[in-house]
Design a protein. Structure first.
Length: 271
């Protein structure tokens, strides 16, 4: 068994102490989670609940989603957006929301993925890029799987968009995800948020940076979160999605990033 070519640099990042952004002080729980993510040794008590970088976000996300259901946040937020536009989706076909952020944003995400794929191909021909080859492959695979997973769920979830609903000028009653949908309503595919996944999928940059340049890990995570928020909000303004759709999308994309990193890192350690 050979050690990971990324391990020394990642280990130095862990030894230097992981700090919460904006607070500037160490959080021992975060240090344990990151040390576990990069494959370092953990004390026995920290091994009881593996993969904290996966289950902690899901725990927080599920609590948030439950609170959103209880407080009827989806409809309250959509009501506000709909009302601000004069009781119709004025931004549904606007240049900024439809052309710039939806179409061009999707193309930009696809171009970024293609650039990563090209860099991976070039890494086989350029020796100085050899150490980044696995990290590039995992990044490209993670983004592809995350967007693919969201698209696959959309294909069978059979949910309407806000703009389809009677409440917002459409022609259909609201049917929740867990409710039986009348066949007369036909099929729709508005859950989870597909366009937001083109942004949130890039949260995988956190793990890519953790492998090649740990100091940039928070910047990488910020890029993915910011892109997901911008894409998600633009679709909410168009009436294409509820807020909870984006929360689910973010959780799914983060899950794919964690699993891809875990499996890829484990296989690297066995190489």
């Amino acid at each position: 068994m050979h050690s990971s070519p990324f391990q020394p640099q990642a280990a130095r990042g862990a030894q230097a102490g992981w700090r919460l952004p904006f607070l500037g002080r160490r959080d021992p729980r975060l240090e344990v989670a990151v040390a576990h993510a990069i494959g370092g040794e953990l004390p026995p008590h920290a091994r009881r609940l593996p993969w904290p970088e996966l289950w902690v976000p899901w725990l927080v996300g599920i609590v948030l989603l439950v609170l959103m259901v209880v407080a009827d946040v989806d409809f309250r937020w959509a009501d506000q957006l709909y009302g601000l536009q004069g009781q119709h989706w004025a931004l549904k076909s606007a240049f900024v929301t439809e052309d710039l952020l939806h179409r061009m944003g999707r193309d930009l995400s696809a171009a970024a993925w293609l650039a990563v794929a090209v860099a991976w191909v070039l890494s086989w021909r350029r020796p100085h890029m050899g150490a980044q080859r696995r990290a590039l492959a995992l990044l490209a695979l993670s983004v592809l799987l995350a967007t693919g997973l969201v698209a696959w769920i959309k294909s069978w979830s059979n949910m309407d968009c806000p703009w389809d609903l009677l409440r917002y000028g459409g022609q259909r009653p609201f049917v929740a995800l867990w409710e039986a949908r009348p066949a007369a309503l036909g099929h729709n595919r508005c859950f989870p948020a597909g366009h937001a996944s083109a942004g949130y999928a890039w949260m995988a940059l956190y793990f890519h940076a953790l492998a090649v340049r740990p100091a940039w890990r928070w910047l990488g995570l910020g890029v993915g979160v910011a892109a997901g928020l911008v894409f998600g909000l633009s679709q909410q303004l168009r009436g294409a999605h509820f807020l909870s759709h984006d929360v689910w999308t973010a959780l799914l994309c983060w899950t794919v990033a964690v699993v891809a990193w875990r499996i890829g890192h484990r296989r690297e350690g066995r190489a």
